[in-house]
Design a binder for this molecule. Structure first.
Ligand code: PMP
Length: 406
C-alpha cells in the first residue's frame, strides 16, 4: 500500500489553510470536534441546492432522491462498524443522545437493586444518563476505578461485576487520557455475568477500527462530528434482537405504523427509534465522511496518528515541568498534560496566541480530574491531517508559555 500522504490529505480540508492571529492554524483540538473534508462540505451544499426534501414520506422525485441518499448513508455506517444488519443502525444526534436512548428505553427493564457498572474514566455523557436512570428505577451505579497510569484496574472491574449487573457502559478510548480499554476482554467478562454492554465510541470511531460483531457488544455509540462528519448527527448501533424488544424512545412521525386513539403500533427497525424529521443533510454527510476515512485505509491513518502521539510523548518527556496525565500502555491520539505552576487555561490562551488550538479544562470528565487531583489539563489531540511540524509548533508555543510563566 502507498505511504500515508499527509500533505495531500491536508488539501482535502479547506479550513486548514486559514490563519489565526496571523499565524498558520495548528488545530490540535480534534477530540472536541474534527475538521471536515471538502467532500463532506460539498455533499451538504449539494443536498440543499439540488434535492432538499423530506424523506420516507414523499413519492415525488426529490423525496426519493433524498431518501435514497439517507439510506445509503446508513449502509456506509453499517460497513464502517461492520454491523450484521442495516436495521441495527439508528441515526441520532450524537453519542449523548445514543446513550440517553439506551438509558431511557433499555433502562426500563431495570428495577430496584439492579446494577449498572461504568468506569472512572467516563465522559459525563456516559455517567449522568445512568445516574438519572438509577434515580428513576432505584438501580445502583457502580464505578470501576483507574490506576495512576489512567488504566482501568481489571481486578476491580471483575470484582464489581456480579449477577445484579444488568448493564456495563464504558468508553472504547478515553477523551481525557487517551487510554484504550481492552474491550474484547471486558465484554467477555460482562457477558459471563449476563450483563449487556454499551460502548461509548465517540473517541474511538475516528482512530481505531470498529467491528461491533467482533466485539460482540450490545450497543455502540458514536458522533458524526468527531469522525470528519457534520454536527448534529450520530449513531447508535444495537443488536437487532435487543432493539426489537425495546420500547420506543421518542414518539412522533416516522416511528409509527398505525396511529389511532384506540392505540398505536410502531414502525420496523430502525425507524421505530427515529421519530420526526431527522438531520437529513447530516446523515448524508456522515456517510460521505466515513466512506472518505475508509478510503484512506484506517490502518494507515492509525499508524500516522500513533507516530504523532509517540513523537509528542517523547517531546513532552524532554520538556521540564511538563507532566503527562495518562500513561497507559495502550493509548491513541490524545496527549493530556499539565505544566507546573501554570493553569491549564493560561496555557490554552497563550497557545491560541501562537495559532495552536488545544482544549484546556476538565474535558467533561470531572471524575478523572478528581482522580488526579487537578482542576484541569491541557489536551492536544491528533487527527489524520496533523503533522510532525505541528507537534513542533505546539512545543515551540509551550516554550513561550514558559517564558511568560518562568
Ligand atoms: N463520550 C466521549 C468519550 C466523548 O469524547 C464525547 C465528546 N466529547 C462524548 C461522549 C459526547 O459526544 P457528543 O457531545 O458528540 O454527544
Amino acid at each position: 500500500t502507498a505511504p500515508f500522504d499527509v500533505m495531500a490529505r491536508r488539501r482535502d480540508f479547506p479550513i486548514l489553510s486559514r490563519r489565526v492571529h496571523d499565524l498558520p492554524l495548528v488545530y490540535l483540538d480534534n477530540a472536541a470536534t474534527s475538521q471536515k473534508p471538502r467532500c463532506v462540505i460539498d455533499c451538504e451544499t449539494r443536498y440543499y441546492s439540488e434535492y432538499n426534501a423530506n424523506i420516507h414520506r414523499g413519492i415525488h422525485s426529490l423525496s426519493q432522491q433524498a431518501t435514497n441518499a439517507y439510506e445509503e448513508a446508513r449502509d456506509a455506517v453499517q460497513r464502517f462498524i461492520h454491523a450484521a444488519r442495516r436495521e441495527e443502525i439508528i441515526f441520532v444526534r450524537g453519542t449523548t443522545e445514543a446513550i440517553n436512548l439506551v438509558a431511557d428505553s433499555y433502562g426500563r427493564r431495570l428495577g430496584p437493586g439492579d446494577e449498572i457498572l461504568v468506569t472512572e474514566m467516563e465522559h459525563h455523557s456516559n455517567i449522568v444518563p445512568w445516574q438519572l436512570l438509577c434515580e428513576r428505577r432505584g438501580a445502583v451505579l457502580r464505578v470501576a476505578p483507574i490506576n495512576e497510569a489512567g488504566e482501568l484496574i481489571l481486578e476491580d472491574f471483575e470484582r464489581l461485576l456480579g449477577p445484579r449487573t444488568r448493564l456495563v457502559a464504558l468508553t472504547h478510548l478515553s477523551n481525557a487520557l487517551g487510554t484504550i480499554n481492552p474491550l474484547k476482554r471486558l465484554i467477555v467478562l460482562a457477558h459471563a455475568q449476563g450483563a449487556a454492554v454499551l460502548v461509548d465510541g465517540a473517541q474511538a470511531a475516528p482512530h481505531l477500527g470498529v467491528d461491533v460483531q467482533a466485539l460482540d457488544c450490545e450497543f455502540y455509540a458514536f458522533s458524526g462530528h468527531k469522525v470528519y462528519g457534520p454536527t448534529g448527527i450520530g449513531v447508535l448501533y444495537g443488536k437487532a434482537a435487543l432493539l426489537a424488544e425495546m420500547p420506543p424512545y421518542q414518539g412522533g412521525g416516522d416511528m409509527i405504523r398505525q396511529v389511532s386513539f384506540a392505540g398505536t403500533t410502531y414502525n420496523d427497525l430502525p425507524y421505530k427509534f427515529e421519530a420526526g424529521t431527522p438531520n437529513i443533510a447530516g446523515g448524508i454527510g456522515l456517510g460521505v465522511a466515513l466512506t472518505y476515512l475508509q478510503s484512506l485505509g484506517l490502518a494507515a491513518v492509525a499508524a500516522h496518528e500513533q507516530a504523532l502521539l509517540t513523537y509528542a510523548t517523547v517531546r513532552a518527556a524532554a520538556t521540564p515541568g511538563l507532566r503527562v496525565i495518562g500513561n497507559a500502555r495502550a493509548k491513541a491520539s490524545i496527549l493530556s498534560f499539565v505544566l507546573d505552576g501554570v493553569h491549564a487555561h493560561d496555557v490554552g490562551t497563550i497557545l491560541d496566541r501562537e495559532g495552536v488550538a488545544v482544549r484546556s479544562g476538565h474535558h467533561c470528565a470531572m471524575p478523572v480530574m478528581d482522580h488526579f487531583g487537578l482542576p484541569a489539563t491541557v489536551r492536544a489531540s491528533f487527527a489524520l491531517y496533523n503533522t510532525h511540524a505541528e507537534v513542533d509548533a505546539l512545543f515551540a508555543a509551550l516554550a513561550k508559555v514558559r517564558e511568560i510563566f518562568p
